[in-house]
Design a binder for this molecule. Structure first.
Ligand SMILES: [Ca+2]
Ligand SMILES: [Ca+2]
Length: 504
C-alpha cells in the first residue's frame, strides 16, 4: 500500500513539477495578492500586487519586504534587505545546512507552496481513494526534509498522524496551516553577494507563511520564523518590515504610527484619493501581533538626502534603529527624541501627526517598522507575526483612521484567541496523549514539574476551544469526529502540542 502510494506520487510529482512557480497569487479573501520567495511581498515584475477590493484594479501596497540587521563579534554590520522585486537580492530560496552553514542552491527550493483549506480537507478524506491525485503543494509539502544534507528535519508545519516526524501525505498527513488559503516558502540570507545591502548575511534560515482567514477578509497574515544557523552570535539585531504604500494614487498619502497597537499605517493625505479609491479614502496598516514594534521611520527616495534612501550599511542599520542616515535622532515637533515617526493620533488630532502639521504636503510614503534589539546566538530565532490590515468604511479620511484602530484591535483579538498556535512548529514535543483515537475523554502527560498555563483544543478549521489550565482531561463526546490539536503552554512560554483523533 505504502509503496504503491509512493510510486504514484513520484510519477505525479515529476509530471507536474513544471506547474509550480517561485511565486503565487492568493485571492480567497477580499485581497488579491502576490507572494514570491525572495523576501518581497505584494509585488510582481515591478508592479503592485495587493489589489483590494479584488478585481478593482486598485492597489493599497506597492511592495513590502523583510529587513534584518545586526552586528557581528567585531562590530561589523550584517544586513539582509528585501525592498522591491526589481532591485537587488539579498535572500536565496532554500534552507541552510546545519553543519556546513551553506545554503542548498538546488532548484528544488525555488517554489512557493500554495495550498487551500478545501484541498487539505479533501486530502484528509480522499487520500486513500483510487484515482485521487493529491495537489502538487500537498504531495510535495516540505514538511520533513528529504534532501541530502543536514537540514532541519522539520521544514514546514504538518499534521504528523503517526508521530514519526516524517511527512507522509500518502497516509493522509497534511500541511498544518491556518485559514482558507496559504503560501509557504523557505529562504536564507547566504547569497554570496548581497546586491541590495552590500554586506554579508548572518546565516539566517527563514520560514515564511502567508495566509488569509475567512473571518478577516481584508487582512493578510504573515508569519516569519527567523533562525540563526551560523555558529556566530549577533548583537543589536533588528527585524523590520518595510512597506511602500500605494493607497490608490500613491502621491497623495500620509503615514502614522500607533505604538501601543504595534502598528504603522498609511492614510490618504487629501480627503479625496485622486485615482482609485476616490471619496472612499481608506487606511492600510502593518501590525506586529506577537510582540512589540520598537521603532518606526519613513524616508524619501533621494539617495543624497540625509533623510532619503539608504546607501551604506550604516544607513540601513540606522533606519532599523529609527535614526537618520547622518546619525541624528528622530525628533518630534517638541524637539524630544522619539523612536516612532508621527506617533500622534490623526483620529482625535492629538500629538504629532502629518495631518495636523501645517505645510506637510501629502505625497508618496513608505514606512519601516522594526523590533529589537535582540541577541541571536547559534540556533536562536525571532518570530514575527504580522498583519496587513485594510480599512475602508463610509466616512471621511479621519473616520477611517478611527475605524482602522477598531479593525486592528479585532485582528489582534482574533490572533490571540485563534491563530497563536497555528502554523507553528512547537519547540518541545514531550506531550503524550491517550487514548488516541479518543472516544469519550482525552488525557495527557507532561514532563514532571511543568505547569500548564493555557490548554487549547484546535480543530482543522483553526477554531480553538479554551479550557481551564487546571484540568487533566477533556470530554470529547460532544466534538465531531476528526483531527484536533491539543496545545499546552507553560509558564515560560514553551509550547507543547500533540494531535488527537476523535472517533466516537
Ligand atoms: Ca508521519
Ligand atoms: Ca492615495
Amino acid at each position: 500500500m505504502k509503496r504503491k502510494a509512493g510510486f504514484f506520487c513520484g510519477l505525479f510529482c515529476s509530471l507536474f513539477l513544471q506547474a509550480q512557480q517561485p511565486d503565487a497569487m492568493l485571492e480567497k479573501g477580499s485581497v488579491r495578492y502576490g507572494v514570491a520567495n525572495n523576501g518581497v511581498l505584494f509585488q510582481q515584475n515591478g508592479n503592485a500586487a495587493f489589489e483590494i477590493p479584488k478585481g478593482s484594479g486598485v492597489h493599497a501596497i506597492l511592495s513590502s519586504g523583510l529587513w534584518i540587521g545586526g552586528l557581528d563579534s567585531s562590530g561589523g554590520i550584517r544586513l539582509s534587505i528585501a525592498a522591491y522585486d526589481t532591485s537587488g537580492r539579498d535572500f536565496l530560496p532554500g534552507p541552510i545546512d546545519r553543519t556546513s552553514i551553506l545554503p542548498d542552491d538546488s532548484s528544488y527550493w525555488n517554489y512557493v507552496w500554495h495550498v487551500d483549506s478545501m484541498e487539505i480537507a479533501d486530502h484528509t478524506s480522499l487520500y486513500n481513494n483510487n484515482g485521487y491525485q493529491a495537489p502538487w503543494s500537498i504531495a510535495n509539502w516540505p514538511g520533513s526534509n528529504t534532501r541530502p544534507g543536514n537540514y532541519n528535519p522539520v521544514l514546514a508545519p504538518f499534521i504528523d498522524l503517526n508521530n514519526n516526524s516524517i511527512y507522509e501525505p500518502q497516509m493522509g498527513e497534511i500541511p498544518h496551516v491556518p485559514g482558507t488559503e496559504a503560501a509557504y516558502f523557505i529562504m536564507n540570507d547566504k547569497r554570496p553577494q548581497h546586491q541590495q545591502s552590500g554586506t554579508q548575511g548572518m546565516g539566517l534560515e527563514i520560514y515564511a507563511l502567508v495566509y488569509t482567514v475567512a473571518e478577516m477578509p481584508n487582512t493578510v497574515f504573515v508569519k516569519y520564523r527567523i533562525v540563526n544557523r551560523s555558529y556566530s552570535q549577533y548583537n543589536g539585531v533588528f527585524a523590520g518590515i518595510y512597506t511602500d504604500f500605494m493607497l490608490g494614487n500613491p502621491d497623495d498619502n500620509y503615514t502614522s504610527t500607533d505604538s501601543l497597537r504595534n502598528t504603522y499605517f498609511c492614510y490618504n493625505g487629501l480627503p479625496y484619493d485622486s485615482s482609485g479609491y476616490l471619496g472612499m479614502a481608506p487606511v492600510m496598516g502593518v501590525k506586529r501581533l506577537n510582540g512589540k514594534l520598537n521603532k518606526t521611520i519613513g524616508f524619501n527616495w533621494d539617495p543624497n538626502d540625509p533623510q532619503g534612501w539608504p546607501q551604506t550599511p550604516q544607513d540601513y542599520y540606522n533606519y532599523l534603529n529609527a535614526v537618520w542616515k547622518d546619525g541624528s535622532e528622530l525628533m518630534d515637533p517638541n524637539s524630544s527624541q522619539t523612536s516612532f515617526l508621527y506617533q500622534g493620533d490623526p483620529c482625535d488630532g492629538a500629538g504629532w501627526t502629518e495631518y495636523g502639521s501645517s505645510g506637510v504636503v501629502p505625497g508618496r510614503r513608505n514606512m519601516l517598522g522594526s523590533s529589537g534589539p535582540y541577541t541571536l546566538a547559534h540556533g536562536q530565532g525571532i518570530t514575527l507575526d504580522i498583519a496587513y490590515i485594510f480599512t475602508q468604511k463610509q466616512g471621511d479620511v479621519l473616520a477611517n483612521v478611527c475605524d482602522f484602530y477598531n479593525d486592528a484591535d479585532a485582528v489582534q483579538t482574533y490572533y490571540d484567541v485563534v491563530l497563536t498556535s497555528m502554523g507553528q512548529t512547537p519547540e518541545k514535543s514531550t506531550l503524550r496523549v491517550y487514548p488516541n483515537p479518543a472516544h469519550k475523554e482525552i488525557h495527557w502527560e507532561l514532563q514532571e514539574g511543568i505547569e500548564s498555563t493555557s490548554i487549547q483544543l484546535i480543530d482543522m478549521q483553526g477554531k480553538a476551544r479554551n479550557y481551564s489550565a487546571s484540568i487533566t482531561a477533556i470530554d470529547v463526546t460532544d466534538l465531531a469526529n476528526g483531527i484536533y490539536l491539543l496545545w499546552i503552554t507553560d509558564r515560560e512560554g514553551n509550547m507543547y502540542q500533540n494531535m488527537i483523533v476523535v472517533n466516537h
